[in-house]
Design a protein around this ligand. Structure first.
Ligand code: PLP
Length: 411
């Protein structure tokens, strides 16, 4: 059953920034992906939290097809009715009053940072430029986004770190309090860290952040690009905490279910500096993206889907606790929220992902030697149980591997 572990395939014509697995998919349906050879894989990474409604979702296909036959693009100097509708749906469902549409998560973060700085500028405090970010965070790969996250490996070689970005340990409220000063503009945080290893910030901390921002007059920005839009069993992860709404929020990933679209949401107050000419995008808010986004959001807000996510999240956690008890040499910790689940491993996570792939199960990696499960939110109970079985087999394989090289240090 297990395939030999294949080395990444170098490509002559693609910039070598990814270590790619030699697996190529031709089509997908729900939580299944089929290779060009016709092999089926159970997809529990969903494009890293993108295909939240599964592959080839008929509702999204129809929305895209209908729009594709009408209009693909107009400039943002014209009114785009799809933008108006999706912005209304997003603001109706959240704290926000207004939205700027982007093509990606990183662009939504860019807009969030610019909005925060411009807010203070508009209030006569142009010196407030510092964005406080946290260790283990991930906000995308543009220059501002890598500076915001501060991950040294993403910054190396790209020139000096930009001014205006401050980095603190995750979850250290006292350090945060001390760091806020006269040049602080905003706090930028993922309520549940994704790439960092599925670390969920306790509800009390989210509330604490909100209070701190209110006391000091700085803005609270959430990056809910990965943890938002139903992933944790609430429409947005911060909704688990009461009184913890942000001023600005970046979303993307699941919003298009695979079609590129992102959004920066803001209160009218936080967005006050973003006046005519201060920002823009050629493709952001494109009619195709809006049509798919509107259809996707209408599904993602459904209470029965969110209840399903909470139920499956509970099931997985319970099953994984069982695996942890049986494989204490492999699984160290279980983290995350809803269907953003992290398993911190004692054996190298990259190897474990291959053991899972050998079982035809796709899972994602993550910081702190984690693997992440981010299945489609509409994964069935049967598929969930299948995923647990495959993960158990991956644990067996990881154990066999570890025992065959007894002195290899755990990463
Ligand atoms: C994926 C991700 C981003 C970046 O999104 P892109 O669409 O790749 O630019 C930013 N923040 C978080 C939390 C993410 O998971």
């Amino acid at each position: 059953m297990a395939e030999p572990t294949a080395a990444p395939v170098p490509s002559d014509h693609i910039m070598g920034v990814y270590s790619r697995t030699p697996l190529a998919f031709e089509r997908g349906e729900g939580a299944r992906l089929y290779t060009t050879d016709g092999d089926a894989y159970l997809d529990c990474m969903a494009g890293i939290a993108v295909n939240a409604l599964g592959h080839a979702n008929p509702i999204l296909i129809q929305a895209l097809k209908d729009q594709a036959e009408k209009l693909w693009h107009t400039s943002n100097i014209f009114t785009i009715p799809g933008q108006e509708r999706l912005a209304k749906a997003l603001t109706d469902a959240t704290f926000a009053d207004e939205v700027f549409f982007t093509n990606s998560g990183a662009e939504a973060i860019e807009c969030a940072i610019k909005t925060a700085r411009k807010y203070h500028w508009a209030k006569g405090a142009p010196e407030r430029i510092d964005i406080i970010g946290f260790e283990g965070s991930f906000h995308g790969r543009t220059i501002a986004a890598v500076n915001a996250s501060g991950n040294p490996s993403y910054l190396e070689g790209f020139g000096p770190p930009l001014p205006g970005f401050v980095h603190l340990p995750y979850g250290d409220h006292e350090a945060l309090k001390a760091a806020i000063g006269p040049t602080t503009a905003a706090i930028l945080i993922e309520p549940v860290q994704g790439e960092g290893g599925a670390r969920a910030l306790p509800d009390a901390c989210l509330r604490g952040l909100r209070q701190l921002c209110d006391e000091t007059g700085i803005l609270l920005i959430y990056d809910e690009i990965q943890c938002g839009l139903g992933r944790t069993g609430k429409l947005f992860a911060h909704e688990w905490a009461s009184d913890a709404a942000p001023d600005i929020m970046a979303v993307a990933k699941a919003l298009g279910g695979g079609f590129p679209v992102g959004a920066c949401l803001a209160t009218a107050e936080a967005g006050r500096g973003m006046t005519v000419g201060s920002h823009g995008s050629t493709y952001g808010g494109n009619p195709l993206a809006m049509a798919v986004g509107e259809a996707a959001l209408a599904e993602l807000v459904k209470p029965e889907l969110l209840a399903h996510v909470r139920e499956l999240g509970g099931y997985f956690t319970q099953q994984f606790e069982g695996l942890k008890t049986r494989f204490p040499d492999i699984i160290e910790d279980i983290r995350g929220k809803g269907l953003l689940i992290g398993l911190k491993l004692k054996t190298p996570n990259r190897e474990f992902m291959q053991h899972a792939r050998d079982q035809h199960l796709l899972i994602a990696g993550g910081g702190d030697n984690c693997v992440r499960l981010l299945p489609p939110l509409n994964l069935t109970v049967e598929e969930a149980s299948e995923a647990v079985g495959k993960l158990e087999a991956a644990c067996e394989a990881a154990r066999a591997k570890a025992q065959s090289q007894p002195r290899a240090p755990a990463a």
